[in-house]
Write a protein that binds this ligand. Structure first.
Ligand SMILES: *Cc1c(COP(=O)(O)O)cnc(C)c1O
Length: 391
């Protein structure tokens, strides 16, 4: 019986996770004294808004941590993606390849550029874009003209691809970079979920022209809301800073703006919070790795599912822990979700495929065979840092 199975699974989880008030959220931020200290300091300085020392410091520290040459702080991860795509030359009427399995922000950012998302399938090992299927697909549906990739069916230029490191697990970025180069497609990484995740020894988000990171409240570290653009290109970094700060030409008093810019600045208050969070990142990472090990132990007692492990050769931040049913099974998935949530273990299925959402229904896509299966296999389990440390 599926219900019995779900109940014994919930019982096994109880031994690993402690509920103090009968409820464990999917992912909650961890905030301590350091955040209070930095935010108070920021308030006392009166530099609470769009400029200040914490913004500069946060940018510098993220650049250092990720190994990117430059980092530009912005209001959220979606804005980071939007600007990354614009500065990659994505234009109105273009198509941008993105996975159907992602958060809606990836698709929205493409739309903000006046471009159309073009959905590609994912693969089972990493949940990221499938590079082999992508190569086969592009060889069928596209041709190269004047150094651009053109979609034979729509006549439109495929100007960029945005692979996503799903739930913090590095995708097969090396292979995807090769396919993108072969078809003259610019690569921008959605590393919103993967701060602290490395492909071999290189940080995710540093493989393409740009990478974008999110500091939303549910991510591995948070600034309340915030994002970061990372890049190795100084000129593009300068442009990114310029157009995210209203394109104002530096002057002591004159207001001159040399193009239509965006007010996408991260306030100093949020950056102060972020600097404190970043100091704890290593602790969060270690604790989430420990939680993974605990889940792994639990799953050894069951043979219907397993917990998703970091891809070989990669170091994952284990942002969201992911249960994978061994076989697609919609009814088992529903029963598990219901038992888990009833027991106070907040759990969620994967996002509805973005290609199926109303605003994107008519966008081009390849067949989404693997994703259709994955949707019936994935359940995200409670993943907050320090969850495995029983008090
Ligand atoms: C969170 C997230 C974003 C967007 O970040 P916001 O800061 O919420 O705008 C983009 N892509 C993915 C995959 C995300 O998980």
């Amino acid at each position: 019986m599926k219900t019995d199975l779900a109940n014994s699974f919930v019982e096994a989880l109880r031994e690993v996770l402690t509920t103090t008030n009968g409820f464990i959220p999917l992912h909650e931020p961890r905030v301590g004294e350091l955040e209070k200290e930095y935010v108070s300091d920021c308030i006392e300085s009166t530099f609470v808004s769009s400029v200040g020392k914490y913004v500069d410091r946060f940018e510098q520290e993220i650049a250092e941590y990720t190994g990117a040459k430059r980092a530009i702080a912005v209001v959220n991860g979606t804005a980071a993606l939007h600007i990354s795509l614009l500065l990659s030359g994505v234009q109105k009427g273009d198509e941008v390849l993105i996975p159907g399995l992602t958060f809606v922000a990836t698709s929205n950012a493409v739309s903000y550029c006046g471009a159309s998302p073009h959905f590609v399938d994912s693969e089972e090992d990493t949940l990221g874009v499938d590079p082999i299927k992508l190569d086969e697909y592009l060889s069928e549906i596209s041709y190269i003209s004047e150094d651009s990739c053109i979609n034979k069916n729509t006549g439109k230029k495929i100007s960029a691809i945005v692979p996503v490191h799903i739930f913090g697990h590095p995708c097969k970025i090396h292979e995807i970079v090769e396919v993108a180069a072969k078809y003259k497609i610019t690569l921008v990484e959605d590393a919103a979920e993967s701060l602290g995740s490395f492909y071999q020894d290189k940080h995710t988000g540093t493989f393409g022209k740009f990478g974008s990171i999110s500091f939303n409240g549910n991510k591995i570290i948070t600034t309340g809301g915030g994002g970061m653009i990372i890049t190795d290109d100084d000129q593009l970094a300068d442009q990114a800073k310029h157009i995210t700060t209203t394109a104002k030409v530096p002057h002591r008093w004159d207001y001159v703006h040399d193009q239509v810019g965006f007010n996408y600045r991260m306030p100093n208050l949020n950056a102060a919070f972020g600097c404190a969070q970043l100091q704890n990142l290593e602790k969060f990472l270690a604790s989430k790795r420990q939680l993974f090990a605990k889940y792994e132990e639990v799953f050894q007692k069951f043979d219907f599912a397993s917990i998703l492990k970091e891809p070989s050769g990669c170091r994952s931040n284990y942002w969201l822990q992911t249960m994978m049913l061994h076989k697609p099974d919609k009814s088992l998935k529903e029963v598990l979700l219901s038992s888990l949530n009833e027991a106070g273990f907040m759990s969620r299925p994967a996002w509805t495929g973005i290609h199926k959402l109303n605003p994107f229904q008519n966008c081009p896509r390849m067949d989404m065979y693997t994703l259709e299966n994955l949707e019936q296999k994935i359940i995200n389990l409670p993943s907050s840092a320090f969850l495995s440390e029983k008090s």
